[in-house]
Design a protein around this ligand. Structure first.
Ligand code: HEM
Length: 224
């Protein structure tokens, strides 16, 4: 028998997919900003199509979207009632027994442990790393931003970003750090997708479904 249960709330799923969308587009446009390998076609010899400025505009728009959904996600994680299952994962994270069971499961020599929360300890650690990287890439991104846009929000944020820029060792270091953190996402993404599919197929629990529909399902063994 298959039993369905509700796992992820609508806001959790919306923030997840907006984060995914923004990270993919930020990586694509970021690559171009770092190395503008194409130039827009133009007539009359004048480079007037401004492909670089267009990429930067989309980069900044998606950058602010990422910052907004990340703030929203932090709010959900701390205060939302429905995110209690996520918070409970912390107790599994500090439980060595669950760590051992999870590693055995990944080595195909054990069953998936039943923890208190929705994430296993390795997954929890990976997500903490991802959020630290999102904060780092957002802060360095905002420092780059205040040097490109001097009016409005850029002007307002300048005095807040300047001390952080100095502490990090100057604008060149900030740019390099922003670039290096991009690689955290490039490496994380395929592993994340692989493990989600692995868990869904091998674990037969609808792990992928839960981040789309909100529901996960368990196959219950018949009692004889
Ligand atoms: C997953 C998130 C992000 C990735 C992968 C990413 C990637 C990149 C890369 C690779 C560059 C080029 C750096 C270089 O010159 O080597 C760049 C530039 C830049 N990024 Fe990001 N970025 C992200 C998030 C953000 C955020 C949140 C903001 C904040 C608004 C932001 C603002 C900027 C700005 C203003 C530039 C400089 C554009 C220029 O030089 O004209 N980025 N980004």
């Amino acid at each position: 028998m298959i039993k369905k249960h509700y796992e992820f709330s609508a806001w959790l799923r919306i923030t997840h997919w907006l984060r995914a969308l923004s990270i993919v587009i930020l990586t694509a446009t970021g690559f171009y900003l770092a190395y503008p390998f194409l130039s827009a076609s133009h007539s009359g010899g004048e480079p007037v199509n401004f492909l670089y400025a267009l990429s930067r505009s989309w980069h900044v728009i998606l950058g602010f979207l990422l910052i907004a959904v990340t703030i929203g996600k932090f709010y959900l994680f701390i205060f939302d009632k429905e995110s209690g299952k996520e918070r409970a994962s912390f107790w599994d994270f500090i439980n060595p027994k669950i760590w051992f069971k999870q590693i055995k499961y990944y080595l195909l020599i054990g069953k998936h442990p039943h923890g208190k929360g929705v994430y296993n300890p390795l997954q929890f650690l990976a997500y903490v790393g991802i959020y630290v990287s999102i904060i780092a890439i957002s802060l360095t991104g905002l420092i780059l931003y205040v040097h490109v846009y001097h009016e409005g929000l850029g002007g307002f944020l300048y005095s807040f970003m300047s001390p952080i820029e100095v502490m990090l060792g100057g604008l060149a270091v900030v740019r390099e750090l922003h670039h290096i953190f991009m690689w955290v996402f490039i490496i994380f993404l395929p592993i994340h997708v692989y493990l989600a599919i692995f868990n869904s197929v091998y674990g037969k629990s609808g792990a992928m479904d839960s981040i789309i529909s909100g529901y996960r399902w368990d196959v219950e063994k018949k009692k004889h």
